[in-house]
Design a binder for this molecule. Structure first.
Ligand code: KG4
Ligand code: ZN
Length: 340
């Protein structure tokens, strides 16, 4: 049967956001996200609470996505869902829901790798945003991941560097916690960094081989730095907060850019796309702009709504797989540690 338009429903539930989106031939019609504010009280995501909140949110979120798109469920060509990686209890909710919906509607089911989706989010059609040509390097930076990926084609990609401990978003969030900031601290550190001096305090960058990253040492260095300074001046943090934030951000962005430069050197690919929550950071955006001018790189930063976890990126991968007839059987299960 020939369809005039291909409508794909995307469902994302890998961490603490319940999201659903409807896409029509590569264009987003709706992109709905229910954030779980409950975790703020705990300073981090509590898996059991996340899973329960997904169960409450999934039906209204999917309903809302279809309603906003003006699409009825009978018009859907397929249901795409995040199979992994992520928190098992969270993934199970989206996976079970997607499986039942596809079975009920008798349409194809399409599994999506969350990390691949962060990268392929660049192919969502949006005015004012260009799409990268192959090959390109993708740096995925969020609260759960830090990777550099060589992307040769939509489904031909290879991880060439990744964190050996904390993710870069965790470096922001854990540093923020030490400074008494709320969770997640990344956006606030970013805001304060704009008002501070990035060279006020020096933090040593970790030495990690190849293209891999490490952020746990930085967190410890910041802890000792704060302990030392507050011992002599209890108001040290309050008096220097903007400068501390600026210095932390400067160090983190330096670590990311050093590895990116090395990756460009090694692969000879200077087309760079970033994704994940930390790509909202103004420091990394500025550093990439600078690299465009000074190093001749071509850089791609997604629209803000596609940087953090969302279902539009799941739907675009669903669409690309749909075109390849790459479907998933009902026997599939969620997988917490899914590789690229
Ligand atoms: O992609 P995301 O929404 O969820 C994960 O998959 O983790 O990323 C969330 C992470 C958090 O660690 C948050 O602090 C960080 O992204 N983040 C930022 C900024 N906005 C969000 N970090 C630095 N600067 C920002 N502007
Ligand atoms: Zn993510």
């Amino acid at each position: 049967m020939l369809r005039e338009k291909t409508y794909i429903l995307g469902i994302e539930s890998s961490c603490d956001d319940t999201a659903a989106a409807v896409l029509c031939d590569g264009k987003i019609l709706s992109n709905v996200i229910a954030n779980q504010s409950i975790h703020q009280a705990y300073g981090g995501v509590v898996p059991e609470l996340a899973s329960r909140a997904h169960q409450q949110n999934i039906v209204p979120v999917v309903h809302q996505a279809l309603k906003q798109a003006g699409v009825s469920k009978d018009q859907l060509a397929a249901v795409a869902f995040t199979r992994g990686p992520g928190l098992m209890g969270s993934l199970l909710v989206g996976t079970s829901f997607a499986k039942s919906m596809a079975m009920g509607l008798q349409i194809p089911l399409i599994e999506v790798n969350h990390m691949q989706a962060h990268i392929l989010a660049h192919f969502i059609q949006k005015e004012g945003y260009k799409q990268p040509h192959f090959p390109f390097l993708a740096m995925t930076i969020s609260g759960g991941h830090t990777q550099i990926v060589e992307v040769k084609d939509y489904f031909d990609m290879r991880v060439i560097g990744e964190t050996i401990d904390d993710a870069v978003g965790e470096a922001f969030d854990k540093s923020g916690k030490l400074l008494g900031l709320g969770y997640p601290a990344g956006p606030e550190i970013d805001k304060r960094a704009a008002l501070g001096n990035p060279k006020a305090f020096h933090f040593t960058k970790p030495k990690v081989k190849g293209l891999d990253f490490s952020f746990s040492g930085l967190k410890t260095a910041i802890l000792y730095f704060i302990q030392k300074n507050t011992a002599t001046n209890p108001d040290f943090i309050k008096e220097n907060l903007n400068d501390i934030c600026a210095s932390i951000q400067y160090t983190i962005i330096g670590i990311l850019m050093d590895k990116l430069k090395k990756a460009v050197q090694e692969t000879k690919i200077n087309r760079i796309a970033i994704g994940g929550g930390v790509s909202a950071n103004s420091g990394i955006r500025q550093a990439l702009k600078q690299a465009e001018h000074q190093l001749g790189w071509e850089t791609f930063v997604p629209a803000f709504e596609f940087t953090t976890d969302n279902a539009a990126m799941i739907a675009i991968v669903g669409y690309l797989k749909f075109l390849n007839n790459d479907f998933t059987s009902q026997g599939t299960t969620a997988t917490a540690r899914l590789k690229l």
